[in-house]
Design a protein around this ligand. Structure first.
Ligand code: TRP
Length: 476
């Protein structure tokens, strides 16, 4: 993308050009307000127009102040903060909603965000390179989108390894099953590729966004770490950190935060995240803190001074804005761009129009729920795609595409054939809603009981080990 000649003034990426445009627009306004010489104003306007043409050429989009370019150069919509005009789905780090009972239109999201679909070919490749059957989340399109995964595999095949980075915002003690999705998948990736993992607990973020004290957020971080550890991560290959602790303890981490802060403007984060002038400055600078773990030299104890170890981030698609920003600054501060694997959302019990939320007790199955609570919640609240009466259901069949119990089974039931049979039987009407829910309840109850059992085994000492900066065990 270096073909932006002339007064594009060396802008290499759409984002750089976009920034130039913002600056130039400001300049024109300043000149006009100051009643500057006509010739000066004309020159500034000419340059502005030239930049707009360059921008259109580079991105295929018209420049709009407040709407930064998305990574893909062909789409006209510009990511989460800019949407809402003619899109019905809202997807950003703070809100997920759609009017469609089947859930968010993920194919549209791929186009809007400019990421790539995880095609069968990529799943096959992961299988070949890892020599393992692909995880059910890959087989079933739950991880559905990526950035640069082919590049990661190309390098891995040439014996160039990578590390994993994921995270969690500890907004309460109560984690629900939806929160486990990225961790279950990350654990699988760690096992099959045998690579190090860093997990960021953004207690600082939750302090900035919620009405909580610093102490509460930090305590939630440590409590959440227990649930994360209970997913089975290898202590010799995993570093879990609270921002509140690690930022102060690691000069290298903070240096990267500052570098990122220097290379992202207020205009950019406004465009990407929708911040306004009345948001506190902590929020405005926070994205740099979520970006920093994408660069290996933020963890000298793990990677020595190396800054070139490729990072792969498994996360839910709503976190993508942070990493679009990260990928944009990476080359400008001399680091490789992180690659990404994006998951769909875990639907609320009431239906796929929104995701499961810890603040709505009835929308969620918590990791602390008893077998009886699980049974009651599923029976009472899980939105059903079945018909109103048994007679009708037998006659017309149910709709698994909007049925939350069926959706949950696609996340948690391992056996593909069994799942397909359930789909067919439900669709034909042979399987009733109550029977479908029973299968789900019997899948969730042991799964959650086992999680609780493993969590009990997580001692304070083990938490301390995971959260201590130290070398990890791996070969790069
Ligand atoms: N912001 C995320 C949240 O609120 C937490 C997070 C930090 C994260 N770093 C991450 C999530 C990396 C996924 C990947 O949950």
């Amino acid at each position: 993308m270096t073909d932006c000649q002339g007064d594009g003034q060396g802008a290499r990426t759409p984002m750089e050009l976009y920034e130039r445009l913002n600056e130039q627009g400001d300049k024109v306004r300043t000149l006009k307000t100051a009643k500057a010489e006509k010739a000066d104003i004309d020159a500034a306007v000419q340059l502005l127009l030239k930049l707009k043409t360059d921008y259109k050429q580079m991105t295929g989009q018209d420049y709009k102040a407040g709407c930064p370019p998305s990574e893909s150069t062909v789409v006209s919509d510009n990511g989460p903060a800019a949407d809402g005009t003619n899109e019905e789905d809202t997807v950003d780090p703070w809100n997920v909603s759609t009017t469609n009972a089947k859930g968010v239109d993920y194919d549209k999201l791929i186009v809007r965000f400019g990421s790539s679909k995880i095609e069968k070919e990529l799943v096959d490749r992961i299988e070949k390179v890892s020599e393992q059957k692909p995880h059910r989340f890959l087989r079933r399109g739950i991880f559905f989108s990526h950035r640069d995964m082919h590049q990661v595999l190309d390098a891995y095949e040439k014996s160039k390894s990578f590390y994993l980075y994921t995270g969690r915002g500890p907004s309460s003690e109560a984690m629900h099953v939806g929160h486990l999705i990225p961790f279950i998948f990350t654990k699988w990736l760690q096992d099959v590729f045998d690579i190090p993992l860093v997990i960021q607990l953004t207690d600082d973020e939750k302090y900035l966004w919620k009405d909580l004290t610093l102490e509460e957020c930090h305590r939630f971080a440590v409590e959440n770490a227990r649930d994360i550890i209970a997913c089975g991560f290898d202590v010799n290959k995993t570093f879990i950190f609270s921002d509140l602790d690690y930022m102060g303890a690691s000069p290298e981490f903070y240096r990267n935060v500052v570098k990122i802060q220097k290379h992202v403007t207020f205009n950019q984060v406004k465009g990407i995240f929708g911040f306004t002038d009345s948001d506190c400055i902590g929020k405005i600078s926070f994205p740099a803190i979520q970006a920093a773990p994408s660069f290996s030299n933020s963890f000298p104890q793990i990677f020595g001074g190396r800054k070139d170890v490729q990072c792969l981030i498994p996360c839910a698609i709503d976190q993508d804005p942070y990493f679009r920003m990260t990928r944009d600054v990476a080359p400008r501060i001399g680091y490789p761009k992180p690659a990404l694997l994006h998951s769909t959302f875990f639907p609320a019990l009431q239906g796929a129009q929104t995701k499961m939320s810890a603040s709505d007790v009835n929308s969620s199955i918590f990791l602390t729920d008893t077998p009886k609570q699980i049974k009651n919640k599923v029976n009472k609240h899980a939105f059903s795609g079945g018909k109103d009466t048994v007679e009708e259901h037998r006659k017309y069949g149910g709709n698994p595409d909007v049925d939350v119990a069926f959706m949950y089974l696609t996340f948690f039931l391992e056996d593909d054939e069994q799942l397909e049979k359930i789909r067919q039987d439900y669709t034909s009407g042979a399987l009733l809603t109550g029977e479908l829910k029973k299968i789900l309840i019997e899948t969730l109850q042991p799964m959650i009981a086992q999680h609780q059992e493993r969590r009990k085994q997580v001692t304070d000492e083990l938490v301390r080990q995971f959260m201590t900066p130290r070398p990890l065990n791996f070969n790069l």
